[in-house]
Design a protein around this ligand. Structure first.
Ligand code: ADP
Ligand code: GLC
Length: 499
């Protein structure tokens, strides 16, 4: 236990994470990484953190050695009783995780959708998760001081805490902390879910959950959480205004000092080129021979021309408008026609984007390789084997992929927004300093010019690429530093609750 983080003699702060994703069990993007790593960092600082997650079909009970515990009985609004199985596992041997089993809701192929078709009952699915997580704590006499929820799926927990507080339910004494990982997804649903959650009409107001006649789950969380965080300081500023706030900036502004931006960290236990077992050769800043081998093998594996001299751009991404796919569609064909470069893409999501990248690979054989799908292993190989990492997001709350790229000496080419602005140091051509290439207007021409800037630096100023790589690989975004800031937020939220 860290004596700086927990006052001497006081019991450890008890924190329950309730989330829709947690790596490695269930992950569709960075939210999964954060819920997989932040609890570990908090535990190392002395907090007693536990996680509650749905037991999705895709989670292999044997692989993760999950153990069945006594089930729980959740009484929903209107008296409907849902029996839920409860399984317990450990994340990375350090963080206890409760998996909530409910076949009707969670035994499905996807987390939120089935190949793009969103599940219509998500408000019920994740609402049940919140209620079951509370019931599990109650049954085990483990009452958290803080319940930390993430994005729209579990934001409603902050509203539930308010209702339980008023009804004298013990768990209602916990402080509610909401982290916004992406203001672009808010969770709009039919108000019928309110009854299921046991929330009365007093919550169906513009200052509660109501928005345009529906419920907006993220809005409910913003209005009721004791503290709200988002995942980078620049994104915090962006969503306090429009268009970044997606209609909710006014509600965030009202929260004043209760709202802060805390930069995510990277889990260097998982993302470390010196020890990574998923890549063909390990390497470090002082010896990059292994990186050359990773590039050769990536080119061979993906059917690209095996040429060490050509700059290889990598992408690992959800394919969604947020990630700048519109700019890429316009800029990439021209860039490939004008410049000597290769591109490797791993991604899935929007069907039109997927088709664009398939077309690009067919049109530039040997120069462009595309894998549509989700692969942890290939994502590491791309980070390790590429020279540049392409991430022209229109907005990016934090972004973890560029942090991993830095650690692997793969220089990010990014739009200077949100966490990308906060974590990438612009290349200074005079001195060869910097960790990446940024552009400041989200337009295809700017992206094309910046790809061109990276390519010309590669060919004309190779010593600068070497210097930048060194600087990039030395950057550290440790979870420990972020976890200390979360502990401060927790303490303030608990104090507000009179704890
Ligand atoms: P976001 O959460 O918006 O998708 P981040 O950069 O924060 O963006 O996190 C993305 C995470 O998801 C990274 O760990 C990245 O490696 C992973 N990822 C995204 N797409 C894929 C994919 N197709 N295959 C494997 N990993 C992926
Ligand atoms: C979201 C954001 C991403 C962030 C991640 C983890 O998915 O799009 O920028 O890094 O959450 O906080």
């Amino acid at each position: 236990m860290d004596i700086n983080s927990v006052a001497a003699g006081s019991p450890p702060l008890k924190v329950l994470f309730v989330a829709s994703e947690c790596a490695p069990f269930a992950k569709s993007g960075g939210l999964g990484d954060v819920v997989g790593s932040l609890p570990k960092a908090l535990r190392r600082l002395g907090a007693d953190v536990r996680v509650a997650l749905p037991l999705y079909d895709s989670i292999a009970r044997e692989k993760y050695r999950l153990v069945e515990e006594p089930s729980c009985r959740v009484v929903c609004g209107g008296g409907e009783v849902n029996g839920c199985g409860v399984w317990r596992g450990m994340n990375d041997g350090e963080v206890p995780v409760w998996f909530i089993e409910h076949n009707r809701y969670y035994a499905r192929p996807g987390i939120y959708d089935d190949h793009g078709a969103e599940y219509g009952d998500n408000a019920f699915r994740f609402g049940l998760l919140c209620m079951a997580a509370a019931q599990v704590c109650h049954d085990r006499h483990w009452l958290p001081d803080v319940v930390h929820v993430h994005d729209w799926p579990t934001a409603v927990m902050a509203v539930l805490l308010d209702a339980w507080r008023k009804a004298g339910v013990p768990l209602g004494r916990a402080a509610g902390v909401l982290t916004i990982h992406n203001q672009g997804y808010q969770g709009y649903y039919h108000p019928s879910a309110l009854g299921y959650l046991g929330l009365g009409s007093e919550y169906f107001t513009p200052d509660g959950l109501e928005a345009w006649g529906k419920i907006n789950l993220l809005k409910g969380g913003i209005n009721y959480a004791d503290a709200i965080t988002t995942v980078s300081p620049t994104y915090a500023r962006e969503i306090l205004g429009e268009p970044g706030g997606n209609g909710l900036s006014g509600y965030l502004q009202r929260r004043g000092d209760d709202f802060v931006g805390i930069l995510n960290g990277a889990d260097y236990d998982v993302w470390n080129p010196e020890t990574d077992r998923l890549i063909p050769a390990n390497f470090r800043a002082t010896s990059l021979i292994g990186k050359g081998q990773c590039k050769r093998e990536l080119q061979a594996q993906m059917g690209l021309a095996q040429d060490a001299a050509v700059p290889l751009f990598g992408m690992v991404t959800r394919l969604a408008a947020q990630k700048g796919t519109g700019l890429l569609r316009e800029a990439l064909p021209a860039a490939l026609n004008e410049m000597q470069l290769q591109l490797v893409v791993l991604g899935s999501g929007d069907h039109d984007d997927e088709n664009f990248f398939r077309w690009l690979a067919r049109s530039y054989p040997g120069r462009v390789a595309v894998e549509i799908g989700f692969s942890e292993e290939l994502s590491h190989r791309i980070q390790a084997g590429s020279d540049f990492f392409l991430m022209p997001s229109l907005f990016e709350p934090c972004g973890l992929s560029q942090l991993y790229a830095l650690r692997y000496g793969t220089l990010p080419v990014v739009n200077a927004t949100g966490g990308l602005e906060d974590t990438i140091i612009q290349y200074n051509q005079g001195e060869g300093q910097g960790t990446g290439f940024k552009f400041y207007t989200p337009e295809a021409n700017a992206l094309r010019a910046t790809i061109g800037w990276a390519v010309s630096t590669w060919y004309d100023r190779p010593s600068h690429v070497t210097l930048m790589r060194e600087q990039a690989m030395q950057q550290r975004f440790e979870w420990e530093a972020s976890a200390r800031k979360y502990l401060d937020v927790y303490r303030r939220a608990v104090a507000k609750r009179g704890g």
